[in-house]
Design a protein around this ligand. Structure first.
Ligand code: SF4
Length: 285
Protein backbone atom coordinates (compact mmCIF):
# COMPACT_ATOMS: atom_id res chain seq x y z
CA UNK A 1 0.00 0.00 0.00
CA UNK A 2 1.27 3.47 -0.85
CA UNK A 3 1.09 5.71 2.19
CA UNK A 4 1.63 9.48 2.10
CA UNK A 5 2.00 11.44 5.32
CA UNK A 6 0.72 15.03 5.30
CA UNK A 7 3.11 17.85 6.18
CA UNK A 8 2.58 19.25 9.69
CA UNK A 9 1.12 15.97 10.98
CA UNK A 10 1.52 15.40 14.71
CA UNK A 11 2.95 17.43 17.57
CA UNK A 12 2.35 21.17 17.28
CA UNK A 13 4.46 23.88 18.83
CA UNK A 14 2.17 24.21 21.88
CA UNK A 15 2.21 20.50 22.68
CA UNK A 16 5.98 20.21 22.22
CA UNK A 17 6.39 23.16 24.55
CA UNK A 18 4.05 21.67 27.18
CA UNK A 19 5.82 18.30 27.07
CA UNK A 20 9.24 19.91 27.39
CA UNK A 21 8.10 22.00 30.36
CA UNK A 22 6.57 18.91 32.00
CA UNK A 23 9.74 16.89 31.35
CA UNK A 24 11.92 19.64 32.82
CA UNK A 25 9.65 19.81 35.86
CA UNK A 26 9.73 16.03 36.38
CA UNK A 27 13.53 16.04 36.03
CA UNK A 28 14.11 18.89 38.42
CA UNK A 29 11.27 18.95 40.92
CA UNK A 30 12.63 16.43 43.42
CA UNK A 31 9.09 16.30 44.74
CA UNK A 32 5.66 15.17 43.67
CA UNK A 33 4.28 16.70 40.49
CA UNK A 34 0.59 16.77 39.62
CA UNK A 35 -1.13 17.74 36.42
CA UNK A 36 -4.51 19.48 36.51
CA UNK A 37 -6.27 17.26 33.99
CA UNK A 38 -4.43 15.16 31.39
CA UNK A 39 -1.36 17.02 30.16
CA UNK A 40 -2.40 16.52 26.54
CA UNK A 41 -5.18 14.51 24.92
CA UNK A 42 -3.05 11.54 24.01
CA UNK A 43 -3.19 8.32 26.06
CA UNK A 44 0.33 7.11 25.15
CA UNK A 45 1.95 10.36 26.30
CA UNK A 46 -0.18 10.55 29.44
CA UNK A 47 0.72 6.92 30.32
CA UNK A 48 4.42 7.52 29.84
CA UNK A 49 4.28 10.52 32.19
CA UNK A 50 2.21 8.52 34.68
CA UNK A 51 4.89 5.82 34.71
CA UNK A 52 7.40 8.52 35.65
CA UNK A 53 5.18 9.59 38.55
CA UNK A 54 3.09 12.42 37.13
CA UNK A 55 -0.32 12.15 38.75
CA UNK A 56 -3.39 13.56 37.01
CA UNK A 57 -5.80 15.34 39.37
CA UNK A 58 -9.07 17.10 38.66
CA UNK A 59 -8.88 19.94 41.19
CA UNK A 60 -6.61 21.69 43.67
CA UNK A 61 -8.20 19.86 46.62
CA UNK A 62 -6.27 16.80 45.43
CA UNK A 63 -2.96 18.69 45.60
CA UNK A 64 -0.77 18.84 48.71
CA UNK A 65 1.02 22.04 49.68
CA UNK A 66 4.44 20.62 48.78
CA UNK A 67 3.34 19.45 45.31
CA UNK A 68 4.20 21.16 42.04
CA UNK A 69 1.12 21.68 39.85
CA UNK A 70 1.23 21.70 36.05
CA UNK A 71 -1.40 23.72 34.21
CA UNK A 72 -1.85 22.03 30.85
CA UNK A 73 -1.71 23.65 27.41
CA UNK A 74 -5.51 24.16 27.36
CA UNK A 75 -5.17 26.75 30.13
CA UNK A 76 -7.41 27.52 33.12
CA UNK A 77 -9.44 30.42 34.45
CA UNK A 78 -8.00 33.25 36.58
CA UNK A 79 -9.75 32.06 39.77
CA UNK A 80 -7.90 28.77 39.64
CA UNK A 81 -4.56 30.55 39.33
CA UNK A 82 -5.48 32.79 42.26
CA UNK A 83 -6.56 29.76 44.28
CA UNK A 84 -3.23 28.02 43.57
CA UNK A 85 -1.33 31.16 44.62
CA UNK A 86 -3.41 31.48 47.81
CA UNK A 87 -2.52 27.87 48.67
CA UNK A 88 1.15 28.67 48.11
CA UNK A 89 1.52 26.02 45.40
CA UNK A 90 4.38 25.99 42.93
CA UNK A 91 2.76 26.26 39.49
CA UNK A 92 4.23 25.38 36.10
CA UNK A 93 1.99 26.99 33.50
CA UNK A 94 2.18 25.28 30.09
CA UNK A 95 -0.82 27.16 28.66
CA UNK A 96 -0.23 27.45 24.90
CA UNK A 97 0.45 31.08 23.88
CA UNK A 98 -2.36 30.82 21.30
CA UNK A 99 -4.78 29.94 24.11
CA UNK A 100 -3.42 32.76 26.27
CA UNK A 101 -4.19 35.17 23.42
CA UNK A 102 -7.78 33.94 23.23
CA UNK A 103 -8.11 34.39 27.01
CA UNK A 104 -6.72 37.93 26.80
CA UNK A 105 -9.01 38.94 23.92
CA UNK A 106 -12.06 37.55 25.72
CA UNK A 107 -11.14 39.42 28.93
CA UNK A 108 -10.54 42.65 27.00
CA UNK A 109 -13.86 42.38 25.18
CA UNK A 110 -15.76 41.97 28.45
CA UNK A 111 -13.83 44.87 30.02
CA UNK A 112 -14.70 47.04 27.01
CA UNK A 113 -18.41 46.33 27.41
CA UNK A 114 -18.96 43.71 24.71
CA UNK A 115 -21.08 40.61 25.14
CA UNK A 116 -18.65 37.80 24.34
CA UNK A 117 -19.66 34.93 22.09
CA UNK A 118 -17.18 32.08 21.89
CA UNK A 119 -17.42 29.60 19.04
CA UNK A 120 -16.33 26.28 20.50
CA UNK A 121 -17.23 23.13 22.37
CA UNK A 122 -18.59 24.29 25.74
CA UNK A 123 -17.26 21.19 27.51
CA UNK A 124 -13.71 21.48 26.21
CA UNK A 125 -11.19 22.58 28.87
CA UNK A 126 -9.77 25.34 26.67
CA UNK A 127 -13.24 26.84 26.20
CA UNK A 128 -14.04 26.55 29.91
CA UNK A 129 -10.78 28.40 30.67
CA UNK A 130 -11.43 31.19 28.14
CA UNK A 131 -15.00 31.65 29.37
CA UNK A 132 -13.67 31.91 32.94
CA UNK A 133 -11.72 34.98 31.75
CA UNK A 134 -15.09 36.66 31.08
CA UNK A 135 -16.32 36.01 34.64
CA UNK A 136 -18.25 33.15 33.03
CA UNK A 137 -20.43 35.65 31.18
CA UNK A 138 -19.54 34.55 27.63
CA UNK A 139 -22.06 32.63 25.55
CA UNK A 140 -20.66 29.50 23.90
CA UNK A 141 -22.11 28.33 20.59
CA UNK A 142 -20.91 25.80 18.06
CA UNK A 143 -23.45 25.76 15.22
CA UNK A 144 -25.10 28.16 12.79
CA UNK A 145 -28.48 27.23 14.31
CA UNK A 146 -27.27 28.30 17.76
CA UNK A 147 -26.02 31.61 16.31
CA UNK A 148 -29.36 32.23 14.61
CA UNK A 149 -31.21 31.50 17.86
CA UNK A 150 -29.37 34.24 19.81
CA UNK A 151 -31.24 37.35 20.87
CA UNK A 152 -30.01 40.56 19.23
CA UNK A 153 -26.73 41.72 20.84
CA UNK A 154 -25.89 45.42 20.19
CA UNK A 155 -22.15 45.06 20.95
CA UNK A 156 -20.84 41.58 20.34
CA UNK A 157 -17.25 40.34 20.69
CA UNK A 158 -16.37 36.99 19.13
CA UNK A 159 -13.49 34.61 19.81
CA UNK A 160 -12.89 31.05 18.59
CA UNK A 161 -11.70 27.81 20.12
CA UNK A 162 -8.15 27.73 18.79
CA UNK A 163 -8.44 24.36 17.07
CA UNK A 164 -11.61 24.99 15.07
CA UNK A 165 -11.43 25.12 11.29
CA UNK A 166 -11.65 28.36 9.33
CA UNK A 167 -14.63 27.09 7.34
CA UNK A 168 -16.55 26.20 10.50
CA UNK A 169 -16.09 29.59 12.18
CA UNK A 170 -16.70 31.51 8.94
CA UNK A 171 -20.17 29.98 8.63
CA UNK A 172 -21.06 30.80 12.22
CA UNK A 173 -19.63 34.34 12.10
CA UNK A 174 -21.76 34.91 8.99
CA UNK A 175 -24.84 34.06 11.04
CA UNK A 176 -23.66 36.17 14.00
CA UNK A 177 -23.40 39.28 11.81
CA UNK A 178 -27.20 39.22 11.59
CA UNK A 179 -27.53 39.04 15.39
CA UNK A 180 -25.49 42.14 16.29
CA UNK A 181 -25.04 45.80 15.39
CA UNK A 182 -21.36 46.09 16.26
CA UNK A 183 -19.64 42.72 15.90
CA UNK A 184 -15.96 42.61 16.81
CA UNK A 185 -14.22 39.38 15.82
CA UNK A 186 -10.80 38.28 17.03
CA UNK A 187 -9.30 35.50 14.98
CA UNK A 188 -8.01 33.25 17.76
CA UNK A 189 -7.52 30.21 15.54
CA UNK A 190 -4.12 28.65 16.06
CA UNK A 191 -1.72 28.84 13.12
CA UNK A 192 -0.44 25.32 13.73
CA UNK A 193 -3.93 23.82 13.46
CA UNK A 194 -4.77 25.88 10.39
CA UNK A 195 -1.60 24.67 8.59
CA UNK A 196 -2.20 21.09 9.65
CA UNK A 197 -5.78 21.17 8.35
CA UNK A 198 -4.75 22.83 5.08
CA UNK A 199 -2.14 20.19 4.19
CA UNK A 200 -4.44 17.34 5.26
CA UNK A 201 -7.29 18.71 3.12
CA UNK A 202 -4.96 18.95 0.12
CA UNK A 203 -3.77 15.39 0.64
CA UNK A 204 -7.35 14.13 1.08
CA UNK A 205 -8.16 15.14 -2.48
CA UNK A 206 -5.16 13.22 -3.85
CA UNK A 207 -5.63 9.84 -2.14
CA UNK A 208 -8.34 7.19 -2.02
CA UNK A 209 -8.73 7.37 1.75
CA UNK A 210 -7.36 9.21 4.78
CA UNK A 211 -6.33 7.86 8.16
CA UNK A 212 -6.33 10.42 10.98
CA UNK A 213 -4.37 9.49 14.08
CA UNK A 214 -4.96 11.05 17.49
CA UNK A 215 -6.52 10.77 20.92
CA UNK A 216 -10.26 10.28 21.04
CA UNK A 217 -10.52 13.22 23.47
CA UNK A 218 -8.47 15.46 21.17
CA UNK A 219 -10.59 18.29 19.73
CA UNK A 220 -8.08 19.13 17.01
CA UNK A 221 -7.96 15.48 15.89
CA UNK A 222 -11.76 15.39 15.59
CA UNK A 223 -11.71 18.65 13.62
CA UNK A 224 -8.96 17.30 11.37
CA UNK A 225 -11.02 14.21 10.55
CA UNK A 226 -14.07 16.37 9.90
CA UNK A 227 -12.36 18.76 7.46
CA UNK A 228 -10.83 15.82 5.57
CA UNK A 229 -14.22 14.09 5.40
CA UNK A 230 -15.66 17.11 3.58
CA UNK A 231 -13.19 16.48 0.75
CA UNK A 232 -12.99 12.70 0.90
CA UNK A 233 -15.72 10.75 2.73
CA UNK A 234 -13.45 7.75 3.30
CA UNK A 235 -11.76 8.79 6.56
CA UNK A 236 -10.70 6.48 9.38
CA UNK A 237 -9.97 8.05 12.78
CA UNK A 238 -7.84 5.94 15.11
CA UNK A 239 -5.74 6.33 18.24
CA UNK A 240 -3.05 3.81 17.37
CA UNK A 241 -1.96 1.14 14.88
CA UNK A 242 -3.75 -1.52 16.97
CA UNK A 243 -7.09 -0.28 15.61
CA UNK A 244 -6.15 -0.91 11.97
CA UNK A 245 -8.30 -3.58 10.31
CA UNK A 246 -7.18 -4.75 6.89
CA UNK A 247 -10.74 -5.09 5.57
CA UNK A 248 -11.22 -1.31 5.85
CA UNK A 249 -8.47 -0.92 3.22
CA UNK A 250 -10.14 -3.32 0.78
CA UNK A 251 -9.80 -2.02 -2.78
CA UNK A 252 -7.37 0.76 -1.85
CA UNK A 253 -3.84 1.28 -3.09
CA UNK A 254 -3.03 4.87 -2.03
CA UNK A 255 -3.79 6.19 1.44
CA UNK A 256 -2.99 9.48 3.17
CA UNK A 257 -2.16 9.87 6.85
CA UNK A 258 -2.33 12.91 9.10
CA UNK A 259 -2.38 13.25 12.86
CA UNK A 260 -3.69 15.54 15.57
CA UNK A 261 -1.43 18.00 17.35
CA UNK A 262 -0.95 15.73 20.36
CA UNK A 263 0.07 12.61 18.45
CA UNK A 264 3.70 11.48 18.98
CA UNK A 265 5.87 10.75 15.93
CA UNK A 266 6.34 7.11 16.94
CA UNK A 267 2.56 6.54 16.97
CA UNK A 268 2.30 8.00 13.46
CA UNK A 269 5.27 5.88 12.32
CA UNK A 270 3.61 2.70 13.69
CA UNK A 271 0.41 3.47 11.80
CA UNK A 272 2.28 4.18 8.57
CA UNK A 273 4.29 0.98 8.94
CA UNK A 274 1.17 -1.11 9.57
CA UNK A 275 -0.72 0.31 6.58
CA UNK A 276 2.30 0.06 4.28
CA UNK A 277 2.43 -3.68 4.93
CA UNK A 278 -1.18 -4.21 3.80
CA UNK A 279 -1.25 -5.74 0.33
CA UNK A 280 -3.42 -3.71 -2.06
CA UNK A 281 -6.42 -5.75 -3.18
CA UNK A 282 -9.07 -5.09 -5.82
CA UNK A 283 -12.41 -3.77 -4.57
CA UNK A 284 -14.81 -6.57 -3.63
CA UNK A 285 -12.01 -9.19 -3.55
S1 SF4 B 1 -3.08 22.99 18.65
FE1 SF4 B 1 -2.52 25.17 18.53
S2 SF4 B 1 -3.51 26.07 20.34
FE2 SF4 B 1 -3.45 23.87 20.69
S3 SF4 B 1 -1.53 23.52 21.80
FE3 SF4 B 1 -1.07 23.26 19.62
S4 SF4 B 1 -0.30 25.28 18.94
FE4 SF4 B 1 -1.39 25.56 20.89
Amino acid sequence: MDVIVADNAGFCFGVKRAIKMANDTMDGAGMRVKSLGSLIHNPQVVNSFRERGLEVVEDLDSVDSEDTVIIRSHGVGPELRQDAAARGLKVVDTTCPFVTKAQQYAAKLIADGYKVVMIGDKDHPEVIGVVAHTQNRAIVINTVAEAEALKFIPRMGVVFQTTHSIGHVQEIVGALLKRGKEVRVFNTLCGATTSMQKTAIELSSEVEAMVIVGGRQSANTAQLAEVCRRVNPRVLQIESADEIREDWFQGLSRVGVSAGASTPDEVIADVVDRITRIEPSPAGA
